[in-house]
Design a protein around this ligand. Structure first.
Ligand code: PHE
Length: 338
């Protein structure tokens, strides 16, 4: 029996050495170790071996199986290496690689990150709210009654459910006050939607950066100082900023903010970049009702709010003449910001 085992082992090893590819190698494996393989057949002969020899024969069988298995594995590795080498024939691995076309950050993202960075250093924390809003958060709570023109079906995208695509990020003011308590200092960058005809200064989906500061004794000088400092940090220390009286239902008094755009060879122009104002007491009242408590009691707290158009800021920052360039994804345009 021992001789038979050695014979099978030697035959298997030389068959393994002789194989040319992994298909042949697999055939050898099956012929020796498979269910009907030669070594398997010898193993099943164990039951007829006299008890005294069982140990020695068993050991010989195991040794043979191990030697064959190792040879199979070694041969498989050799074959794989040969195949790898063959695959490389004709390829020059020293050729320089083709350059990858690296992407870059979109100008709107660049601007948003910078704006958010400045405001965070001033103590504002990021807040968020849904783009699909209800009328309460977008309008009612913001002192914008049902007969206000902003609620015209033609100005806003409504769903059958009565929900709508928010026309401004000011809804996040309400949501933030509903879930925290004063002092509150938040900024909320995000998308806003309007049924505007798309032209060189309008998009139907655009971006705003909302801000809200509520505490005891927040005053108009706080609003003015904060936004002036912000705009001068964004556009440069010498930047001229002007506050123009305006009307928003949810702030009183309200202002629009213009920044002086000075492009070489052009007459300077004032560009509107933001709306802002002192939070209207009616907004605090709506929040108190919605919360069911008085922590935003307008007799106790005051606040200011602002909303900026990020596309407008980007246009000023880089002298971009047409807002549509920001959404067309023309690489010749975008490459300039890389
Ligand atoms: N929500 C206003 C707009 O979209 C901007 C604004 C925000 C005005 C906050 C005042 C206070 O035009």
């Amino acid at each position: 029996m021992k001789d038979q085992i050695l014979l099978v082992q030697n035959e298997a090893l030389s068959a393994i050495t002789a194989t040319q590819d992994s298909r042949q190698l697999e055939e050898v494996r099956v012929a020796v170790l498979g269910k009907k393989g030669s070594l398997t057949a010898l193993s099943s002969g164990m039951k007829d071996v006299p008890a005294a020899e069982k140990g020695a024969i068993g050991q010989a069988l195991n040794a043979a199986r191990q030697a064959i298995t190792e040879a199979l594995e070694a041969k498989q590795a050799d074959l794989q290496e040969m195949a790898d080498r063959a695959a490389l024939v004709g390829i020059d691995p020293t050729l320089p690689a083709r350059a990858l076309a690296a992407g870059a950050i979109h100008p709107l993202t660049l601007l948003r990150e910078r704006a958010v960075g400045i405001l965070r250093r001033m103590g504002f924390a990021l807040a968020d709210g849904p783009e699909i809003e209800d009328e309460f958060h977008c309008f009612d709570a913001l002192n914008t009654p049902a007969d206000h023109p902003a609620r015209n079906e033609k100005d806003t995208f409504y769903f059958d459910s009565g929900k709508l695509l928010r026309t401004h990020t000011s809804s996040v003011q309400v949501r933030s006050m509903e879930r925290s308590t004063p002092p509150l200092r938040i900024i909320a960058p995000g998308t806003a939607y309007r049924r505007d005809e798309i032209d060189s200064t309008h998009l139907s989906a655009f971006h705003q950066l909302e801000g809200l500061y509520v505490d005891r004794d927040v005053s108009l000088p706080d609003l003015k100082g904060t936004l002036e400092a912000f705009l001068q940090e964004l556009f440069g220390a010498g930047t001229a900023v002007r506050f123009r009286p305006h009307f928003f239902p949810f702030t009183e008094p309200s202002f629009e903010i213009d920044v002086k755009l000075e492009v070489k060879g052009q007459a300077p122009r004032w560009i509107e970049v933001a709306g802002c104002g002192m939070v209207d007491p009616a907004v605090f009242e709506a929040v108190c009702q919605s919360r069911g408590d008085r922590v935003f009691d307008p007799d106790v707290v005051t606040g200011f709010a602002f909303g900026m158009g990020l596309e407008r800021l980007a246009m000023i920052q880089w002298g971009i003449r047409d807002i549509r360039l920001l959404i067309e994804n023309d690489v010749r345009f975008l490459r300039q910001f890389a």
